[in-house]
Design a protein around this ligand. Structure first.
Ligand SMILES: [Zn+2]
Length: 459
């Protein structure tokens, strides 16, 4: 199933940009209390201030409009403003970015002067990003009675908000607010009748979750050849919710697959350096230290003959790697976890990346169109490090891939089988591993037992 692998996709935020609840972390705290008091105990002064504003702004038809008051000083006992002179009316206007809208269009609709906009844009890096707006995003303008921008809030998506507030000296300060969705564990069990994907989707699993599962077991089970009718699997994964509504899936936490009567189990563990990987319940890694090819197999159009005459030099130069012909721009993966020891350009190699894996192994990737990593950077297995190209001495787009063990070239096509699996959980971390993973495996077991019994009843 290697050709089905995809990087785990994060929650697709783009689809969720509509109907943003006006919940802001910023309203929390004392400021909110002050506001609430003011709304419930209006004073004549406040009422008087509100009237002309409502009239002035009634022409803004489809945009929601609300008026709230910022009270500078409030007596906490009575909830009554101490001095009416400190009452200042702030008008709040909520606009949604439409197709083709620019920031100045929105300022015009909010009736805030261009001068204010340039002042805001000039206030720093984060403010400059306001120039890039996406339809569906929401902006909340807060303007004082003199038409001066008091604050501007941008809701980029359901989870991310940035707020600019006028500070002293007419400058703007910003705060970024990121909401965390709630995560709850979910469980599914399926029995394969015709195919893995049919069984998975009938059990309510998304395709990406099925691929994730196949990926976890890919070094133990060949999902193209080994799957049989009657195989079962159960999976525990995270579901993510925001304000009670499901917004996506998190990772698989624990999974069990029974293939031809043999059961494999895996559990997700976040190690002490923060890396998440899948292990057997005993702490052995589920994956190989290296994947077989640095490209998705479906993208490879041919393997070059290594004994061919060199296309540029027309001589039989020693050829120390494997050449994979693939369309220009095809992503190139690091075949293992490691550190980039070189990322550069030379006349023969074109754009190249060299990666060191542990003490003994180095992989090399040549003729790239683009390099996506820098020297010194740590990379994960399957991380995209560049794209296929024909830079350097290359006649057409292909990837030249080398695998070195203790400084000597080895055949990448055959070496992988001889290499050990990725690192097991070190014994020093075993207690930590058990504490984190045993509850997950127990939960999956508790779910799986009754669910399997029920499956047998129905059959
Ligand atoms: Zn080559």
């Amino acid at each position: 199933m290697q050709n089905h692998r995809k990087p785990t996709s994060p929650v697709r935020i783009g689809a969720l940009r509509k109907h943003f609840p006006r919940v802001h972390a910023l309203t929390a705290g004392a400021a909110a209390c002050v506001l609430v008091l003011a709304v419930f105990i209006p004073t004549p002064e406040v009422e008087a201030k509100r009237m002309p504003l409502d009239v002035n702004l009634s022409s803004l038809d489809e945009d929601t409009l609300k008026v709230d008051r910022k009270l500078v000083a409030v007596s906490p006992q009575q909830g009554i403003p101490l001095a009416s002179a400190t009452v200042e009316a702030i008008q709040s206007l909520n606009l949604t970015v439409r197709n083709g809208d620019t920031l100045s269009d929105l300022f015009k609709r909010a009736k805030v002067s261009a001068g204010e906009m340039y002042q805001l844009l000039g206030s720093g890096k984060e403010a400059k990003k306001l120039a890039r707006l996406t339809p569906g995003e929401e902006l909340t303008f807060k303007v004082d009675s003199e038409g001066q921008l008091h604050s501007l809030e941008l809701q980029r998506d359901r989870l991310n908000q940035v707020k600019f507030t006028r500070a002293e000296g007419n400058d703007f300060q910003h705060t970024l607010v990121q909401r965390e969705p709630d995560s709850h564990p979910a469980y599914r069990l399926a029995q394969i009748d015709s195919s893995l994907f049919v069984a998975g989707s009938e059990a309510g699993l998304s395709d990406s979750l099925i691929m994730e599962m196949a990926d976890v077991f890919s070094s133990d089970i060949d999902f193209a050849l080994d799957i049989r009718k009657g195989d079962t699997f159960s999976v525990m994964f995270e579901e993510k919710f925001l304000d009670g509504e499901k917004i996506g899936n998190g990772p698989i936490l624990a999974v069990s697959f029974t293939n031809q009567g043999r059961t494999y189990s895996a559990v997700r563990y976040i190690d002490s350096s923060g890396d998440a990987n899948y292990y057997t319940p005993e702490g052995k890694s589920m994956r190989k230290a290296f994947i077989r090819t640095p490209l998705d197999i479906v993208r490879i159009s041919s393997h070059f003959n290594p004994r061919r005459l060199h296309p540029v030099f027309k001589s039989r130069r020693p050829h120390n790697g494997t050449d994979y012909a693939a369309p220009r721009g095809t992503p190139v993966y690091s075949t293992g976890d490691g550190r980039v020891i070189a990322s550069g350009y030379s006349k023969p190699n074109g754009n190249y990346v060299f990666i060191q894996h542990g003490e003994r192994y180095v992989t090399r990737y040549l003729h790239l169109t683009k390099r996506k990593v820098k020297k010194g950077q740590r990379v994960k297995q399957r991380q995209v490090i560049g794209t296929v190209g024909s830079t350097g001495y290359a006649t057409g787009p292909h990837l030249h891939y080398e695998f070195l063990v203790d400084g000597r070239h080895r055949n990448p096509a055959t070496i992988v089988r001889q290499l050990p699996k990725a690192k097991s959980v070190p014994s020093s971390e075993m207690t930590r591993f058990k504490n984190q993973t045993q509850p997950l495996l127990a939960n999956l077991e508790n779910y799986q037992g009754p669910a399997l019994a029920k499956l047998d009843e129905n059959n």
